[in-house]
Ligand binder design. Structure first.
Ligand code: A3P
Length: 325
């Protein structure tokens, strides 16, 4: 038997087992051996019971703010870098560890009816998030929102313009979505980030590899926008909340904003900021046409997947399929 100092030993070990270089965090309270070495000062109650996984630009901020009105629901604390989003399971933050993640959540008494959640809209299209989320939170409920993927892509591009993203600013939407191998890497990356989250069926399948359908709620984003009260009723039922919150008293359509907004105690309304619910010129017909073709296969797959999961087909998808005939 030969022994070497810890770092050297770790290097030897990871040379032998490179697939173990990335950690997978599991819930220490689910394993007796882990629990026995888990500090008594720590708790497993600082973990979310549900996640809003995205994708971006489908109304995730509206859902997040509506959920925050419910007396039993509490979100994570704001992150200094990603604001309301923790973005743990999808990227580098994962390597900050479990304590880093749990510090975003308040400790919750077992007897309390408080339900913790977090919303990170990039989880939906992350290739690592489903496995990582499932390892730590196998019983968590997942909420995702779908709108027409072409509309989502355009909204995302407009969002980048509003944030003065240099690559978006120097390329039209059409140039971005049609970028081929001759385009610069920056444009191709932008295109990927713009279009990939709209491949709903294939991305949902990745989550379904880890989670049973009953743990996943698929929200029609158009409905969330036009009738948030009925959507929030369904969300409450899905989450199995003990306290029912009547959203009809707290959400009101603002003609000025063109969206539902929160009713404050003084009867004034508080809408989401200027970056949500933008005004911009409509998509050009050639852009719509291009995206319709691009998303065609995935939309058809989605129209088969949803009934298989016992879910209805949203009106935007019905319209899209009618156009395909
Ligand atoms: P636009 O700004 O392109 O209109 P996300 O929060 O996931 O980034 O999504 C932003 C989108 O949410 C907005 O896109 C808007 O269409 C939609 N949305 C739905 N309900 C809304 C609401 N009540 N207030 C503001 N935006 C809402």
């Amino acid at each position: 038997i030969k022994t070497v100092p810890p770092v050297e030993l770790a290097n030897v070990y990871f040379d032998m087992f490179p697939e173990e270089v990335s950690p997978i965090w599991r819930n220490p309270c689910d394993d007796k051996r882990h629990l026995s070495i888990w500090s008594v000062a720590k708790t497993c109650s600082r973990l979310p019971k549900f996640l809003v996984i995205g994708p971006q630009k489908t109304g995730t901020t509206a859902l997040y703010s509506f959920l925050g009105l419910h007396p039993s629901i509490r979100s994570n604390a704001n992150s200094p870098t990603t604001y309301e989003e923790v973005q743990f399971f999808n990227g580098k933050n994962y390597f900050r560890g479990l304590d880093w993640y749990m510090d975003f959540f308040p400790p919750v008494d077992n007897s309390s009816d408080t339900v913790l959640f977090e919303k990170s809209a990039n989880y939906f299209d992350s290739d690592v998030a489903p496995e990582r989320a499932h390892a730590l939170l196998p019983h968590v409920k997942l909420l995702c929102i779908l709108i027409n993927p072409a509309k989502r892509a355009y909204s995302w591009y407009q969002h980048m313009i509003a944030h003065q993203d240099a690559v978006a600013m120097s390329n039209t939407f059409y140039q971005v979505i049609t970028a081929d191998e001759n385009a610069s890497k920056a444009v191709r990356d932008l295109k990927h980030r713009c279009l990939n989250p709209g491949m709903y069926a294939s991305l949902l399948e990745r989550w379904l590899d880890y989670y049973p359908p009953k743990q996943i709620m698929i929200i029609d984003g158009e409905k969330l926008r036009s009738d948030p009260v009925s959507v929030m009723d369904r969300v409450q039922a899905f989450l199995g909340l003990e306290i029912y919150f009547d959203y009809s008293k707290k959400l009101k359509f603002s003609k000025k904003k063109g969206f539902y907004c929160q009713v404050l105690d003084n009867n004034k309304t508080k809408c989401l900021g200027a970056s949500k619910g933008h005004q911009y010129v409509p998509m050009e017909p050639k852009e719509e046409e291009y995206l319709r073709k691009l998303y065609r296969k995935d939309n058809i797959a989605l129209s088969k997947l949803l009934p298989r999961l016992g879910r209805s087909i949203p009106s935007w998808l019905q319209e899209e399929l009618a156009d395909l005939r």
